[in-house]
Write a protein that binds this ligand. Sequence first.
Ligand code: DC
Length: 205
Amino acid sequence: MTFTVAIDGPAAAGKGTISKAVAAHFGFAHLDTGLLYRAVGAKVLAGGAPADMALALDPVDLEDDSLRTPAVAQAASEVAVIPAVRSLLVDFQRKFAARAEGAVLDGRDIGTVICPDAQVKMFVTASAECRADRRYKELTGKGMDVTPEGVLADVKERDDRDRNRATAPLLPADDAVLLDTSDLTIEAAIARAVAIVETAKNAVG
Ligand code: DC
């Protein structure tokens, strides 16, 4: 039987770090599904048509460091509104979720649309200010020329678009455990997430 952990939440809430740590702890495979939309967004910025780019997506496209820029993040959020783009990416995500060793997928619609039967669903949040502050430190740490106000505006714009789109909007699944990381250290957030997964694993047997 497969074991799938679905971790959703808004930009920079900590879900990437938590997902990686949970996957490493349990020996599960990890897929950052935001990279799929970022890779499509990057190809659209380079002149491609969104659905064609989603259809032609290759897993090696996900390994590009330039996918982490704010411009690509915005482009990802824009292509993510297009239903044809979303549906072209479903199969790849579901196949990944069925990996024999277990899988952690993080994104916006994993618990609601991609893996509604996941054994564990978490919704990781934090205040917009807190998330923008973390993202600002991450981007300046990589030498990017950004301002705190610009990063906060980007985070809010992306949140708004991701939450209000018609297809697969960002929202917690009814049975998701909420994890607010605003006042948690990353270690504490990871410890909570690991404990949530441990409990679910024990229940499955
Ligand atoms: O997680 P991220 O910041 O890398 O995601 C970039 C964008 O991709 C995000 O603003 C919305 C979109 N996305 C999505 O619509 N569904 C997902 N499962 C993951 C990301």
